[in-house]
Design a protein around this ligand. Structure first.
Ligand SMILES: NC(=O)c1ccc[n+]([C@@H]2O[C@H](COP(=O)([O-])OP(=O)(O)OC[C@H]3O[C@@H](n4cnc5c(N)ncnc54)[C@H](OP(=O)(O)O)[C@@H]3O)[C@@H](O)[C@H]2O)c1
Length: 275
């Protein structure tokens, strides 16, 4: 059975985000449902003034959870900065170390479970950013390393520089955005986890998934499940190393999405979704 993670971004970046209490309830609902991967980033906040908001929220939710969280992997990211409400980049080694230290502090851990480089920075050579990640792993600040928004050449450079500490690639991949199919297959071939971000097309498009992906809606009707479950089951069917991270700001979304881990699509249904 495939694993579904929680994308925590909608709990912090949206103008109309849930109250802190409701946001914590979303994380707790994911944990109750057996989710063991929570994806966050230091830059997930409304703006620069509250940089780190989502990491602090995740840390608070985990600390306040009644059950065992020892198996939960918190995957955060560094490399995006915020200026006002804008998103900017800094992949320099000095910045990445400072960013990692900030994430360690906010998450309240000695080592980050999975630290992902958020996005290539055109102003910093890729191999320098990768060297910085390798150093963070060698120094014990991060247990595992991931990259995000990377192409195949960048994945291969990351493999050679970061070595065995590199475990994952997080790229956009959804019914309406399949341009990372080659990277997904490359990850499968090299035993790297592939975390499709915005698996429903992102927060502003997710609500219309049923109309923008009619084949998915049709299969959902046949099975009597939501189009979101069919979409996640389709993601999981791409490869054993795929771990979708659907975002949610409502408990009902989490509960519905997690059920996709138990949904198997037939070869005929998958052929229609890929047609
Ligand atoms: N690496 C990167 O550059 C990058 C970029 C973007 C996102 N991400 C990561 O990827 C995660 C997912 O992407 P995303 O949050 O942008 O978009 P998404 O997962 O495609 O869509 C999120 C929206 O889908 C809705 N939804 C989720 N499950 C549902 C269900 N079962 N039924 C009905 N609606 C459902 C949620 O609505 P409600 O809010 O109403 O619950 C949520 O707002 C993010 O949270 C973040 O962790 C990474």
């Amino acid at each position: 059975m495939g694993a579904i993670g929680l994308g925590a971004m909608p709990l912090s970046t949206k103008d109309e985000r849930p109250s802190q209490e409701d946001a914590v309830a979303v994380v707790h609902a994911a944990l109750d449902a057996g989710v063991t991967l929570i994806d966050t980033a230091d830059a997930y906040a409304r703006d620069e003034s509250e940089f780190g908001h989502n990491e602090e929220l995740v840390a608070r939710a985990l600390a306040g959870y009644g059950g065992d969280t020892s198996a939960v992997l918190v995957a955060t990211k560094g490399g995006h900065t915020r200026r006002g409400t804008d998103w900017e980049l800094d992949g320099s080694p000095a910045y990445l170390r400072r960013a990692c230290e900030g994430s360690l502090r906010r998450l309240g851990v000695d080592a980050i479970g999975l630290y992902q480089f958020h996005r290539p920075d055109p102003a910093t050579p890729w191999d320098e950013s990768m060297g910085a990640l390798r150093q963070l792993a060698d120094d014990g600040l991060v247990r595992m390393v991931g990259i995000s928004n990377a192409d195949i050449a960048q994945i291969d450079v990351a493999r050679s520089i970061v070595g065995d500490a590199l475990v994952s690639v997080q790229n956009q991949f959804s019914p309406g955005w399949r341009h990372s199919a080659d990277e997904l297959a490359h990850c499968a071939g090299h035993g790297l986890a592939f975390l499709p971000w915005s698996p429903f097309g992102g927060v502003t498009s997710a609500g219309s998934l049923g109309s923008t992906a009619p084949a998915f809606a049709q299969v959902a009707d046949e099975l009597g499940v939501s189009v979101y479950q069919v979409t996640l089951a389709w993601h999981l069917a791409q490869s054993d190393t795929v771990v979708p991270i659907p975002g949610a700001s409502r408990v009902a979304s989490v509960r519905d999405s997690v059920a996709a881990a138990g949904l198997t699509l037939s070869p005929e249904q998958l052929a229609r979704l890929d047609g």
